[in-house]
Design a binder for this molecule. Structure first.
Ligand SMILES: [Cu+2]
Length: 291
């Protein structure tokens, strides 16, 4: 019997491809550049620039979610590209158990048989609770599909709101507790990630460096991707005229960074400010999404 696409795991060869260092760096540098840019100093910016990751529209500006600069379009567009690229791979692989990405038709409710919420780990009990689903997730899930709401926002604003609410929450809600978190790379030396984190088994949903290796990433991003079409149905006739299409540098010209010797450890005070390995959790704590 064929496995249902709903709960299928990605084919092993796809997982190996997604776990390649070049793929990991693309996702990690793209997100961390957009989130960190306005907080970075010149050494951090220079390091990202040298790797080709100078974001044209930061996602966070001076600690505030950037609703009006089009960065939310970059978010929607870049992940749509990732889905398309993976669908092309899947089409050529022609595995009947996993023919293409199909997003969640709805965000799985507590007790979902195929996508149970993993046990709470470090600091994420609230996000994983049934109350959080009822009181925070469901209202926004409805709002972001409501035609009146969709007519009241630009595509960029919708993308920014989605990214820093439901999207980040889904990442952390379905993240397994981890025994060991990947130490943050110093943003002045973002390539300093040990190659042991490149193993295909490292697929933690809470880390930009690994989340896309996990099957659930594609379910939740498929759900996010559908919201682009909801917005288009409510607002435009015909094709979307994308303003934010930043996907990072052209892969053909950028080599994946090799791990450089780790920089000296930041002092304790700095450490306290940088919770480790919780990329999608951090914005939940730090960035307010205005009503
Ligand atoms: Cu992403």
């Amino acid at each position: 019997m064929l496995a249902a696409v709903a709960a299928a795991a990605l084919p092993a060869s796809i997982v190996v491809w997604l776990a390649e260092r070049a793929m990991r760096f693309h996702h990690y540098l793209w997100h961390s550049a957009r989130n960190g840019w306005t907080a970075f100093g010149e050494p951090e910016r220079a390091a990202y620039r040298a790797l080709g990751y100078e974001p044209p529209r930061p996602a966070v500006e001076d600690g505030q979610l950037a609703l009006g600069n089009g960065s939310g379009e970059d978010f929607l567009y870049m992940h749509r590209q990732m889905i398309q690229q993976l669908n092309e791979r899947l089409a050529s692989l022609a595995d009947p158990g996993y023919p293409r990405i199909e997003g969640w038709p709805a965000i799985p409710a507590p007790g979902d048989a195929d996508y149970p919420v993993p046990p709470a780990g470090d600091g994420d009990a609230e996000l994983k609770s049934d109350e959080f689903y009822r009181e925070r997730i469901v209202p926004l899930e409805q709002r972001y599909q409501d035609a009146d709401f969709l007519r009241s926002v630009s595509l960029g604003e919708l993308g920014a709101r989605l990214e820093f609410t439901l999207h980040n929450w889904m990442h952390m809600r379905w993240a397994e507790p981890v025994a060991e978190a990947r130490p943050d790379a110093d943003p002045r030396n973002p390539a300093a990630i040990d190659s042991r984190w490149d193993a295909p088994s490292y697929d933690w949903l809470g880390d930009f460096y690994s989340s896309h290796v996990h099957s659930t990433f594609w379910k939740l991003h498929g759900w996010v991707d559908e919201r682009i079409d909801d917005w288009a149905r409510a607002n435009v006739h015909g094709a979307i005229e994308w303003q934010g299409t930043w996907t990072g540098p052209d892969h053909a010209h950028v080599h994946p960074p090799h791990p450089h010797p780790a920089p000296p450890a930041p002092d304790e005070a700095e450490r306290r400010d940088t919770p480790r390995g919780r990329d999608f959790g951090r914005p939940l704590l730090d960035v307010t999404v205005p009503d």
